[in-house]
Design a protein around this ligand. Sequence first.
Ligand code: ATP
Ligand code: HSE
Length: 293
Amino acid sequence: MLTVRAPATSANLGSGFDVFGLALSAPADVVRVEKAPETTIEVTGAGSQYIPTDPAKNTAGVVAQELDAPARIHIDKGVRPASGLGSSAASAAGAAVALNALYDRGHSDEELVRAAAEGEAVVSGAAHADNVAPAIVGGFTIARADGITSVDASLPLVVCLPDIVVSTRDAREVVPETVAMDDVVETVGSAATLAVGMSRDDPSLVGRGLQESVVTPARAELVRGYDEAKQAALDAGATGVTISGAGPGVLAVCRRPDDRRRVAAAMVSGFDEAGVDARAYQTAVGDGAELFR
Ligand SMILES: Nc1ncnc2c1ncn2[C@@H]1O[C@H](COP(=O)(O)OP(=O)(O)OP(=O)(O)O)[C@@H](O)[C@H]1O
Ligand SMILES: N[C@@H](CCO)C(=O)O
């Protein structure tokens, strides 16, 4: 039996829709695999009652199919589904890394990212790799059709999870189909600023680089309390705030680790002002999936 800890991730980072992703140091899914004649799935932990155990519908089961690696798979969910923290991706990434080792396949990280992205396609309708790439590789990742680029960044972060459910599928439906040239110019400027900020571990540049006016405002309509939580986090010293992945989670970048407590409390009060219960995690950029033999 093999065990893999696969981290939560925050995709998009505002200006990098479907491209940027960040591994978080916590929470994480724990995936255990054992060789079997056919794939079966058992799920425990956060929100497990909402997760299909049919291998064709579970992201980890799809990965087993993609890698032609049947197994008895147990997933202990640390990452709540439909949170915006790459819950479905954590299981897919964990399964990819675990099954690769179990069957001694020797696939590269890029091949595992591709297999895990197929798992994501069953959930959201698109094989986007922006969550599975950081969940496998760790750090900050740029996922493009021609490959993955990654940087080991170090940044204090807060993720606030309001008690609202937003499915990735629904959140993708509100994304505008066309973009004005002014918005393209703003997004390119932000994305470049953010990427430089990640390579310098500079929270001010990363915070500024989250700014984007196309996808985030459309999705903010689905997250009651987003504007209040964002303003509260900025007032408490965050350098930037955006929706994490498809939401409803909200990500704040902090200047110093000690700022996280104040920013976390401010975000929870911001949601409370809008009548929404929320819980905040103090976290940081983390490593990719870790294998335990
Ligand atoms: N192993 C799995 N873990 C979690 N969710 C799964 C899994 N397999 C299938 N799903 C389904 O995926 C959906 C949750 O995925 P979704 O992409 O909406 O949320 P997320 O992964 O938390 O967020 P995001 O991708 O925005 O960061 C739920 O409908 C759930 O039933
Ligand atoms: N890039 C994806 C991440 C969520 O799975 C989205 O925002 O729809």
